[in-house]
Design a protein. Structure first.
Length: 366
């Protein structure tokens, strides 16, 4: 690793654009959550959603800077250990007491940790290491299938779908023959519908809950899910410029979990169509920059990592927005760097930090 001068933003060569856009997303999240709660001054209160998000944000910035000093070579060398730790934590999670019918969080008192959020990032690094070294792809398929099944047992269908999509998108960049790729898709579809059938027939099979099956059936009916119907009303009420600065005083409709899964609807209500364009435009700029880093990176590992991160971010944003507007059934996935949640925010900070380190080590000047 090259010795570099240390600056206020980390080692010399740190991508200022990545860091600044990371901060902008954090401030947007703060302001959006501020509109959803009555902020009672500067007194620390862990139950106040804005205060919690500020704490999560500080932790995320620290993680970003720490990863700026991480050698990508070490990250690649320890990717197998990280995958084992992620797999183990998800397995241990299945032994915990369910909350709201699922086992997705470790309860650590004032905070909860959702291992699957970190597992998504680790899996990208693990797959990148496997593909860059041209290891046995059949073994890789079974390893990823194993961790996807573990997540399905929580159950967390949304995260399982994201990991599957990211895996397939990264395989497309490798030299995997098309017939094997199609076979993986067919097997995945078969297992998905098999789990749906098992979940509907046996109460003790907790891979896909009856509640999730009901939501899918409701999606294919003529009536929208209640949350999606309410979120559509909320988005349409936002108009062009939003209601936060408006004097029209349009009554705000109730939307469940609007600080997490449906925060995009709350954002659209407050800041309108042009606010949505601004938010998605920022993400477009970021993805464009990541793509440029991917193109000029020197190693296959770096290219696979960046491509995996791009797929992960794009698919999660697509699924969240599609859920909010009723295009797909409710999945429970947060909007990156907008929804309330420490695990989600820190995991995205890890993505930004690793990307920045790749930028530094490749001496990229874009």
């Amino acid at each position: 690793m090259n010795n570099r001068q240390i600056t206020l933003l980390g080692p010399q060569g740190t991508n200022l654009f990545i860091f600044l856009i990371f901060l902008i997303f954090i401030f947007i999240s703060w302001f959006t959550l501020y509109t959803l709660t009555e902020f009672e001054g500067l007194e620390f209160d862990v139950n106040n959603i804005l205060t919690r998000q500020v704490v999560f944000s500080v932790a995320s910035v620290i993680v970003f800077f720490l990863l700026t000093y991480l050698s990508i070579e070490n990250l690649q060398n320890y990717s197998n250990i990280l995958f084992f730790l992620a797999f183990s934590s998800l397995t241990v999670l299945l032994t915990t007491q369910p909350r709201l019918g699922v086992r997705r969080w470790f309860d650590l008192g004032p905070i909860d940790i959702q291992p699957s959020e970190f597992a998504k990032v680790i899996i990208v690094v693990f797959i990148a290491n496997y593909l860059s070294k041209n290891f046995n792809k059949v073994l890789l398929i079974f390893l990823i299938l194993g961790i996807v099944l573990t997540i399905l047992f929580q159950p967390d269908l949304g995260t399982a779908l994201i990991i599957s999509f990211v895996f397939l998108s990264m395989l497309l960049l490798s030299d995997l023959k098309i017939r094997y790729f199609l076979l993986i898709i067919l097997i995945s579809l078969f297992l998905f519908f098999l789990f749906l059938e098992l979940g509907s027939r046996f109460d003790n099979v907790n891979i896909v809950t009856q509640y999730q099956i009901d939501r899918i059936n409701e999606f294919f009916s003529t009536d929208l899910d209640f949350s999606q119907a309410q979120s559509r009303l909320l988005i349409s009420s936002g108009g062009l410029f939003g209601q936060y600065f408006s004097t029209e005083n349009i009554q705000k409709v109730f939307v469940p979990v609007e600080t997490t899964d449906f925060i995009f609807a709350a954002f659209a209500y407050n800041f309108g169509f042009f606010g949505i364009l601004f938010l998605l435009g920022l993400w477009g700029l970021l993805i464009s920059r990541l793509r440029r880093i991917l193109i000029v990176s020197n190693s296959d590992f770096d290219k696979f990592v960046i491509s995996g991160f791009i797929s992960l971010l794009l698919f999660q944003i697509f699924v969240n927005i599609s859920t909010v507007v009723g295009i797909i059934p409710v999945t429970g996935l947060p909007f990156p760097l907008l929804s309330l949640g420490g695990s989600s925010m820190v995991s995205i900070a890890i993505i930004f930090g690793i990307t920045n380190r790749i930028f530094i080590e490749n001496n990229i000047t874009i």
